[in-house]
Design a protein. Structure first.
Length: 570
């Protein structure tokens, strides 16, 4: 596995790497670079987490350093072993290796408890009896100071006794907390005597019922970094105001002090990044689970057919900054198309079938035609596809009354059948009740095998097809964006983001046909259906009836946008 977060050979440059280069130049940390990716196991990772994963592991790889995977599992009421397993799988799938450095904040519960006692003994922490509501009421606002707790001046001996009794499960949940004694008048609300421990009788997924008091994230995070000797603790911008508290804890405890550096998180158009809201979509039945291909979760992207290489390239392209911004999802899709174009085999499939009969082709004859697997990579070779008198073509590839500049099949018109022959439409059979075409009759020119025209005549249209007698029935699922607006949170007053859900985000086509080479294709296999897009075999597939998810269409919106932006201005 690689720690390089870019598919190109040029090392990326950004303000974080500039800081690290200066640290190395001055000998800070002895030139050592050690990062970590610290997810909370309270949900599945999404594309936003991929940015942090690529950044932390990528920096470690670039500077010959190390990167840990650590679970900040301090809130057992919302954490599950299922989430731990999924996160491990996702980080590995993205191509990164933490070697033997898999850690959990729960590994440090005993040490954290000892440090809490140390702060009590130093007069820097106290047990508070205020309720959660009272804590909020006395915290103050951005413009007014908070009020000291009436329990703030308890003696060290009383605080030590109460904290030990909290640990011994003598008090009800929520009845007491341990708070740091800092400054209730601080302009930074995070420094106003923050909670360090709370009483919570919930079984932990790793420590079971050993503890009934749990440290808060703010008390745990910096000390966990310190234990692991992390040199650069990379966090998203919402933790910028927490940095003074991060530094206060490690300074008061007199332990190794990592450097916290904040960067802007990823915002992506048509995409919801909140784990809480993604959980609501799952629990509300709006999607079919965390790995629904419409979800921005890494497991959902994987099921849809995204590659780890394209995600790493996307993260390298968007870079790192201190300013919040929103990235067009078209860039992610562009990175995907570029990658899939290089690696996927071309095949033929028909999503909305219309029967085509070649009247002058022998009824019992089936011949094998050679097809190119990938014109971008000659080493992928060729395959043979069966051709017969009756074929399936796309409904959109025939028009009885063709619009202007329509180069496909219509009465009296000639087109190429991909890898096959030139055919001319001579008759149309219609459904008597609807008047819709149900069968197109053509004649073929036997001298045009492979689509050649020995006489030099010009035929502009080429359409794909599958043999009706040899094709494999398949289901195809066409996915669109899960939300109708670029900003899903942009809703009228009184509504929430779910009012922007796209009712047409999934279309199931159950009467499709694919060429016989796809029979038995394994879940996760990716293909380009010629002229239709990139598709991935779904986990619901069977050997006899494959199911394909459309990963992305062939139309590259980002390339068009970039071309327009690059065009010289008058």
């Amino acid at each position: 596995m690689s720690n390089d977060n870019s598919t190109n050979n040029t090392p990326p440059t950004d303000f974080i790497r500039t800081i690290i280069q200066e640290d190395n130049r001055t000998g800070k940390h002895g030139g050592r670079v050690h990062t970590r990716f610290p997810p909370e196991p309270n949900g599945y990772l999404h594309i936003g987490h991929a940015k942090s994963i690529c950044l932390n592991f990528g920096i470690a790889g670039q500077f010959d350093g190390l990167c840990n995977l650590r679970f900040d599992d301090t809130n057992p009421g919302k954490e599950e072993a299922e989430y731990v397993d999924s996160i491990i799988e996702d980080v590995r799938w993205l191509g990164f290796d933490w070697e033997e450095r898999l850690f959990y904040a729960s590994d440090y519960f005993e040490q954290l408890h000892q440090w809490a006692v140390q702060l009590i003994e130093a007069g820097k922490a106290y047990v508070c009896d205020l309720t959660a509501d009272q804590l909020r009421e006395t915290r103050g606002t951005l413009t007014s100071p908070g009020a000291n707790s009436p329990f703030r001046d308890r003696s060290v001996e009383e605080n030590l006794d109460l904290f030990e009794r909290m640990k011994a499960s003598e008090f009800p949940d929520g009845s007491r907390t341990l708070r740091a004694k800092i400054d209730m008048a601080s302009p930074n609300l995070n420094m106003r005597d923050p909670v360090m421990y709370r009483i919570l009788r919930v079984t932990h997924h790793r420590t079971g019922d050993r503890w009934c008091i749990y440290p808060t994230y703010d008390f745990t995070h910096g000390q966990s970094d310190s234990i692991e000797r992390i040199t650069h603790s990379l966090c998203t911008l919402e933790f910028e105001n927490h940095r003074p508290l991060y530094d206060w804890y490690v300074r008061e405890l007199g332990i190794f002090a990592p450097q916290q550096i904040e960067f802007a998180r990823l915002n992506l158009t048509y995409t919801m990044m909140s784990k809480r809201r993604l959980l609501e979509l799952v629990e509300g039945g709006h999607v079919a689970g965390w790995d629904d291909p419409r979800m921005p979760t890494i497991c959902g992207l994987r099921r849809r057919g995204y590659t780890p290489e394209c995600i790493r390239e996307f993260c390298a392209r968007i870079g790192v900054s201190k300013v919040d911004s929103t990235v067009d999802i078209a860039l992610l899709e562009h990175c995907l198309r570029v990658d899939l174009n290089r690696r996927t085999q071309r095949v033929m499939g028909v999503l909305r079938p219309l029967k085509l009969v070649i009247d002058n082709y022998p009824e019992d004859q089936v011949e094998e035609l050679e097809a190119i697997n990938n014109p971008e990579d000659a080493s992928m070779g060729t395959r043979m596809v069966p051709f017969s008198r009756e074929l399936w073509i796309e409904q959109d590839d025939f028009r009885e009354v063709p619009p202007k500049k329509y180069h496909r099949l219509s009465p009296g018109k000639e087109v190429r059948l991909r890898y096959g022959y030139l055919v001319r439409c001579v008759n149309v059979v219609k459904d008597p009740s609807s008047g819709e075409p149900v069968e197109i009759h053509c004649t073929y020119d036997p001298d045009t095998r492979g689509g050649n025209t020995p006489d030099g005549r010009k035929v502009r249209g080429t359409i794909h097809w599958v043999s009706a007698s040899r094709a494999v029935p398949a289901e195809v699922r066409l996915y669109d964006y899960l939300f109708t607006k670029p900003d899903p949170g942009d809703v009228p007053k009184g509504e929430d983001y779910r009012s922007n859900l796209n009712p047409n985000s999934l279309e199931r086509l159950t009467a499709c046909y694919v060429e016989p080479s796809l029979k038995g294709a394994a879940p996760g296999d990716r293909f380009q259906f010629e002229r239709l897009g990139y598709f991935c075999v779904d986990k619901d597939s069977t050997a006899e009836r494959p199911v394909f998810n459309r990963t992305v269409s062939l139309v590259d919106t980002w390339a068009k946008i970039k071309k327009a932006n690059d065009r010289p201005r008058p």
